[in-house]
Design a protein around this ligand. Sequence first.
Ligand code: HAM
Length: 544
Amino acid sequence: MKPEAAKRQIRAIKGVRDILPPESALWNRVEQTARDVFATYGYGEIRLPIFEETELFARSVGSETDIVSKEMYSFFDPDRDLEDLVEGYISSVRGKGSSPNILEQYVGAGFALLQWFSTRDPDTLTGKPRELALALREKASRQFSETTLDEIPEIISAFQKPMLQYHREFRNAISVAVSLRPEATASVCRAYIEHGMHTLPGDVKLYYIGPMFRRERPQKGRYRQFYQIGAEVLGQSDAPAIDAEVIEMLMAFFHRVGLTGCKLHLNSIGCRDCRPNYVEKLREALLKVKGQLGSDSQRRIETNPLRVLDSKLPEEQPIIEKLPRIGEHLCPACREHFAALQEQLKLRSIAYEINWRLVRGLDYYMRTTFEIIAPGLGAQNAVCGGGRYDGLVELLGGPATKGIGFAIGTDRVVLSLFTPDEDFWLPPRPQPPAQVVKPFTDDDVLPAAPVLDVLIAWMGAAAYPTAVKLARRLRGEGLSVELPAEEMKLKKSLGLADKLGARYAIIIGENEVASGRFTVKRLVDAQQRELGEAELIEFLRSKP
Ligand code: HAM
């Protein structure tokens, strides 16, 4: 190494950064708040891989989006099975006392490939690997059918070059294109399919916390490695009450973390039936004003006209204001869903603004989309984005599934909350007595869902507002509560409570609403009692 090279100071690369104390204490507090709040809504944590097959993101986020077409960190990763095969071969050569120099290892690897191909059915391969497999199999059968490992040195000299060539080509052909994840919804759906989670009872509610990677132009609040706290609900129902509860949980998080002045922006971007018509109308309108638009928007007229609505260019704003709006082109089913969602939000006293330009930069959304805007962050003021993505699981090869979720930008939340002179060191938590963590064994049955304290079985439309209020109250007390989004018969609710492993069911019908007293049923022995709200909370709190 040259002396000046040795002296060069190595710094973190552009767009990534270190998080130091005391700021890191605030990060922990934000993440812990999310864990605490999400647990009260019955969400369990999923830990996902940091990299996935590139195709996962291309298919879900969309290959035409900026995220996939410009911003992913992608590379080719050779197939692991092959690596293992080569490793095995090399160690067997070593075992025979041959000198393990690099060339021999490479040629040996090539030889291992030939052997592997000569036994593998090329019909299981496609494209380039198939072509190579056929060529190599033919060669192998002609030249090496009788070859044993001891004869390798002889064939090395004759076949060194073609083997190396095959080896290289083969490695490229079988490499998998992988990418650092730019977001995690796609991974959650992949995992949902891979682990057959559609067979679990009720909706599957998952949250994740971790870094994401996008090669964006760094600026305040925008990084190339940034962090998200996200949550997703997957299941069979697209009831607007699910959307509203997801948003309620989000607002509860922002409230608990102390981020004030946040605004919820809401929109519906329609479905596969109504959106294409709208996009066509939008494209026609944009073509009429094409000459007045900047080059990015001009390009998007062809590739993705909806994205023009995202433009921040001041000179384009008056033009965009006059474009046709999606709200006026929704099909009856989407219009009804959007209206019902707004009713649900009002019932929960959640303030929102309809922002007809909120189309989001990912292709998987349909119907509900939302963002949360925080004050004081400048241009990068969205602290959370989310929406509904019914059909994404199907698009990735899984069963028909509805889905909705969001991701909070942790960097931006921390940026909003952080003041350098404030003391973020939390007082130490009281430590529970030391416990030995029991290792899992094959006989252990993993719980399908996190511990659930209460399921609220409500019956009749009149009981629902009371159920919503009670659920919020109990969650505020730290209890985890499941509130079915749609009305169910009592028997079905109690069955679901059982399957989810709830400790108690609270039964609310019209009589309970009128009397202000609720029936609480302990599921383990079906004992019931009737309690007023304050007594009920006291009772549940004292029964850990
Ligand atoms: P997104 O809007 O791309 O949505 O990202 C969500 C949030 O992540 C943004 O609102 C922002 O706070 C933060 N964020 C995004 N890019 C950066 C960056 N370069 N630097 C700092 N923060 C950033 C999604 O990722 C969807 N997966 C959300 C979702 C989940 N939709 C349904 N389920």
